[in-house]
Design a protein around this ligand. Structure first.
Ligand SMILES: [Zn+2]
Length: 318
């Protein structure tokens, strides 16, 4: 266990519960990847974080690493403040014995699936919304992959999300507990104990189900035909996604390193600027831009991708 390395992709509710459990179990190295910072509204379900983290707007990857250092100082942490995308996913799972899904969206899960099937890394899918949760353990070439089971992601805005429907904390802990237990079975080689199913639970309706996912499909684009579409470069200069709660995230497709001191100086006359080692916050009128070291930005105050792109171009540029 001490020689093992696990990657946790997304350190919100599920990811922070996984990180804490794996640290207490004594997994040697935890690579924790998250793009966001702690906010007060997270604390209801993201049990690793504190009011202090929210007040200081500490990036979640750093906050998790700090708390793990207090829980079990023998665990090595590799925090990464990053938006996971096709430019970095293969590097992020490199040298990992298992990858745990702590994300909240299918786009990132297909990226994880493509990279893990390509490089033969075991990964553990998990999701929770409302009082419902689901998990499946994916072992390349031995079990069906995510795309064997869900060929396409559900269309955008078709399903409830944690921002629209909320989520209760106990289902988070249940899904994370199943994921972590599967990870421990994999890391200790106790493969006969794996649950080998699409496991579903609803803690409010008292429903538990194990669905047999069958065998890997020879027609599956990912594990059958080995086409890893999500790992291909995209043609746009910037990827923009709605993050709910009146916010849009803009990411440059070519990662870069931002000099916060220089950027703060440029923005000084245009509004209120503050920065620390990890992020810069800029407020102008009704908008607030949070810029991370890799030039990714979360723009609050709009639901319009075009408005967000133009604010990005206006204040950050490319
Ligand atoms: Zn497949």
């Amino acid at each position: 266990m001490l020689a093992s390395r696990a990657a946790i992709i997304g350190c919100g509710a599920l990811g922070s519960a996984q990180a804490e459990a794996l640290a207490r179990a004594g997994v040697g190295t935890l690579r924790i990847i998250d793009r966001d910072f702690v906010e007060t509204s997270n604390l209801q379900r993201q049990t690793m974080f504190t009011e202090h983290d929210a007040k200081e707007r500490v990036p979640k990857a750093i906050a998790a690493a700090n708390h793990i250092g207090e829980i079990n100082s023998e665990v090595r942490t590799e925090p990464q403040i990053l938006d996971v995308n096709h430019t970095n996913i293969e590097r992020l799972i490199d040298q990992c014995d298992v990858v745990l899904d702590g994300t909240d969206n299918f786009a990132t899960r297909y990226l994880i699936n493509d990279a893990c099937i390509k490089h033969q890394v075991n990964w553990i899918y998990g999701a929770a919304v409302g009082s419902y949760g689901v998990s499946m353990t994916i072992r390349p070439a031995r079990t069906p992959c995510l795309r064997c089971v869900f060929e396409e992601a559900p269309p955008a805005a078709s399903a409830p999300t944690c921002d629209t429907a909320g989520v209760i904390m106990p289902i988070i802990n249940l899904v994370a507990a199943v994921q972590v237990t599967e990870a421990l079975k994999l890391l200790t080689g106790q493969l006969a104990q794996l649950h080998n199913s699409l496991m579903q639970f609803d803690v409010w309706r008292n429903e538990w189900r194990k669905i047999n996912p069958g065998s890997p499909s020879p027609d599956c684009a990912t594990c059958g035909l080995r086409r890893f579409e999500t790992l291909e470069p995209v043609t746009e200069d910037f990827a923009a996604i709605l993050c709910g709660r009146n916010a849009v995230q803009i990411s440059p497709t070519r990662p870069t390193q931002v000099d916060f001191g220089a950027l703060a100086e440029r923005l000084q006359g245009a509004g209120d600027v503050k920065f620390n080692d990890y992020l810069l916050r800029f407020r102008a009128g009704d908008y607030e831009l949070t810029i991370f070291q890799d030039a990714r930005s979360i723009i609050r105050g709009t639901d319009e991708i075009s408005t967000a792109r133009s604010l990005y171009a206006k204040y950050i540029g490319n």
